[in-house]
Write a protein that binds this ligand. Structure first.
Ligand code: 0X9
Ligand code: ZN
Length: 315
């Protein structure tokens, strides 16, 4: 209806108009940036929030999958909290990190879920070899691309990896941007739904585990415990992506971990566990976002304790 809020899910147009208002209202602390253009030539926008220089960097990717609307709703709610909250606990979190947040990465797919097919997941670039449209953008990064059955080579499949790594302009744009600032990023989180899971690398294999897997699990436990401590808090399970879910190669977090030296990367699968699935009622937006907020506080506290928030340029 043109108005922005968290009592309903917003369109891309509403999200971008709200982002403009936020950038105008907080010109010193915020900075808008653009990753680039989508296949259908929409701009992929992000916001950086920085209260002071020298903070560790936290990158949040959301709505890489088009139908996972709770992810952009949660990302925008967090942006708003970081800028407007008067709660000491939230202020401390907001002010002691530099935030890079992409509310909607798969802009074409997201628009398509609003106007045509609510259950669309992939990008909207046509295939040269099939009438099926789109690539699973979370299988399109150049890291163990297509390995071990972690993606499909069938253009009609929901987990189609694409004709080549980085075939999708949205994913190439994301990779270029993250590479350009990787020395400033300590933690990268990809928001997804649903299942209430914290998934860490690797995605391409469950035969091997990352060198800092024990630390990753401690970090995940901190998030899950914090969420469960809320009166209405839900239960989050955690493990490696390939270990507890299924093999998924070429995903954002694996590329960031394997190829960009970002040592803490997570996929968070938000509410619920299947009752509503992707069509989560908007009454869940604020409770889900509050869970994400308290979870991220605990996650970053644990990262700090384990030494992951040091400025990388001085290492
Ligand atoms: O399959 C996916 O891309 C993610 N699940 S979803 O239901 N949101 O589509 C999970 C990806 C986790 N795996 C890796 N990060 N490798
Ligand atoms: Zn997803």
């Amino acid at each position: 209806d043109g108005s922005f809020g968290w009592k309903k899910y917003n369109t891309l147009e509403e999200i971008y108009a709200w982002l403009d208002e936020i950038l105008a209202a907080y010109p010193v602390i915020t900075e808008g940036f653009e990753l680039g253009q989508s296949y259908e030539n929409r701009t992929i926008r992000g916001i950086k929030i920085s209260y002071k220089s020298g903070n560790p960097g936290v990158f949040i990717e959301s709505n890489i999958h088009a139908r996972e609307w709770i992810t952009s709703a949660t990302a925008t709610w967090l942006i708003n909290e970081f800028l407007t909250s008067t709660d000491d606990f939230v202020r401390q979190l907001a002010e002691s990190h530099d935030w890079y947040i992409i509310p909607v990465l798969n802009v074409d797919g997201f628009v398509y879920t609003h106007v045509k097919d609510r259950m669309w997941r992939k990008t909207r670039q046509p295939s040269a070899i099939s009438t099926c449209v789109g690539v699973d953008p979370n299988r399109n990064y150049d890291s163990h691309w297509m390995e071990n059955g972690g993606a499909s080579d069938n253009p009609c499949a929901e987990d189609y990896g694409g004709p080549a790594p980085f075939s999708e302009p949205e994913i190439q744009a994301m990779a270029n941007y993250v590479s350009s600032i990787k020395d400033k990023i300590n933690v990268l989180i990809a928001f997804h739904s649903y299942s209430q899971l914290l998934l860490s690398p690797y995605g391409h294999t469950s035969e091997e585990y990352p060198p800092n897997f024990d630390d990753q699990m401690e970090v995940a436990k901190a998030y899950a415990d914090a969420v469960e401590s809320l009166p209405y808090g839900t239960v989050y399970r955690y493990g490696s992506s390939a270990g507890i879910l299924y093999p998924a190669s070429g995903a954002t977090i694996d590329w960031a971990y394997n190829e960009q030296d970002i040592d803490i990367t997570y996929t968070i699968e938000f509410r619920d566990t299947g009752r509503y699935g992707f069509i989560l009622p908007p009454t869940h937006i604020i409770p889900n976002a509050e869970e994400a907020l308290i979870g991220i506080v605990a996650l970053l506290d644990k990262c700090e304790e384990l030494g992951y928030l040091k400025l990388k340029t001085f290492l």
